[in-house]
Write a protein that binds this ligand. Structure first.
Ligand SMILES: O=C(O)CCC(=O)C(=O)O
Ligand SMILES: [Fe+2]
Length: 359
């Protein structure tokens, strides 16, 4: 993983502050340090309790059942085209394993800071515990502590960043990562069927099913409407699986120019299409901007698993989709894409838009 980021030539600024510690320190005064204050969010249009703003629900057991597969595949395609997001139920991930990963993640974040710093992100690194994507001392910071780890293929793992405490953490994450990659392989195939493209061609971009996880700890903040847990962004990957580790809401999706809050169904995975699939499908499936907001009283914990590309592949609209349509996106290699994505990380869809061809 480290080698990949050397190739990216992206430089990060050291940031060894834990937001959880900042949140504890200001509990009495309520004074949020300036670096976290996001005055722009006050005026953002937000949809509250609007009817019709419910994510589509896709049932994996129906996708896999020959009697219902066609109908459910059409539903999947429609969700990817119109929402870019859906909730996946009956995904087949072991219930006991889900409980275990939630427990292990919660235990990790409740360790004293010194113990979490045993896996701190090193200068100019990307894996480990800390802040992400800090490019300058002036940049505003997200109200979140993260633990970022490469999980697949297994050779890409750097176990020195995998917490040794709690003792079950590594084994649990290993199992979770495998079960999720199986779910992703199945979904990729159903997407290929819906698009009418060759499954092998579609899957070749994701060869080896590269995967990383970003575990997010959002401390509560008494001035929750002045901070952001995660700035608006799209995911620069194939697709993302989000598991709520506790039942606190905070994910918001931009639709029709406004933000709406996702109410995650218990036991479901929230799945979203990333930039790579938007490009491969020539814009038919959408990579939609999302952000995370903060709760004034409760901590929120999530784990996002990113199904990425292998870096040495070519990324561009699939030839099979271009018989009746012009290519709407530039073709480039994985390294070039990822470099550009990281450089523009904090600017919503701007990077993806910049890859569009003026038609
Ligand atoms: O925690 C969330 O709700 C969103 C996480 C996310 O979008 C990400 O990690 O890319
Ligand atoms: Fe995301």
């Amino acid at each position: 993983m480290a080698e990949i980021f050397e190739k990216m030539e992206v430089e990060f600024v050291d940031q060894d502050e834990s937001v959880q510690v900042v949140a504890d320190n200001i509990r009495d005064t309520g004074e949020v340090p300036e670096r976290y204050v996001r005055s722009e969010i006050k005026s953002d249009p937000v949809i509250i309790d609007a009817e019709g703003y419910n994510l589509p629900v896709i049932d994996m057991s129906r996708l896999l059942n020959p009697d219902f597969s066609e109908e459910e595949t059409a539903k999947l395609g429609s969700a990817c085209e119109h929402w870019g997001f859906f909730q996946l139920v009956n995904h087949g991930i072991d219930v006991g394993l889900l409980q275990q990963i939630k427990a292990d993640i919660t235990k990790f974040f409740s360790l004293p800071l010194e113990e979490k710093l045993a896996v701190a992100i090193p200068p100019n690194g990307i894996e480990g515990f800390g802040h992400h994507f800090v490019f300058s001392k002036e940049q505003k910071l997200d109200w979140v502590d993260i633990l970022f780890l490469a999980t697949r293929p297994i050779e890409q793992r750097n176990l020195s960043f995998w917490p040794a405490k709690p003792s079950t953490f590594r084994d649990t994450l290993d199992k979770y990562s495998l079960q999720l990659s199986n779910v992703s392989a199945q979904l990729f195939k159903f997407m290929a069927n819906n698009l009418g493209v060759d499954q092998e061609v579609f899957l070749s971009t994701f060869k080896g099913l590269p995967q990383s996880v970003r575990i997010n700890y959002y401390p509560p903040c008494s001035q929750a409407d002045r901070v952001l847990g995660l700035s608006p962004h799209t995911d620069g990957v194939g697709m993302t699986f989000l598991l709520h580790v506790n039942d606190v809401e905070g994910l918001q999706i931009r639709k029709d120019g406004k933000w709406f809050s996702v109410q995650a169904m218990h036991g479901a995975l929230v799945v979203n299409i990333g930039d790579i699939i938007e490009i491969l499908t020539n814009g038919r499936y959408k990579s939609v901007e999302h952000r995370a907001v903060i709760n004034p009283n409760k901590e929120r914990i999530t784990i996002a698993a990113f199904q990425s590309i292998h870096l040495f592949c070519k990324i561009g609209p699939l030839q099979e989709l271009l018989t009746a349509d012009k290519a709407r996106y530039k073709v480039m290699d994985g390294v070039e894409f990822t470099k550009g994505y990281f450089a523009a990380k904090l600017e919503g869809r701007r990077y993806l838009e910049s890859l569009k061809l003026g038609l």
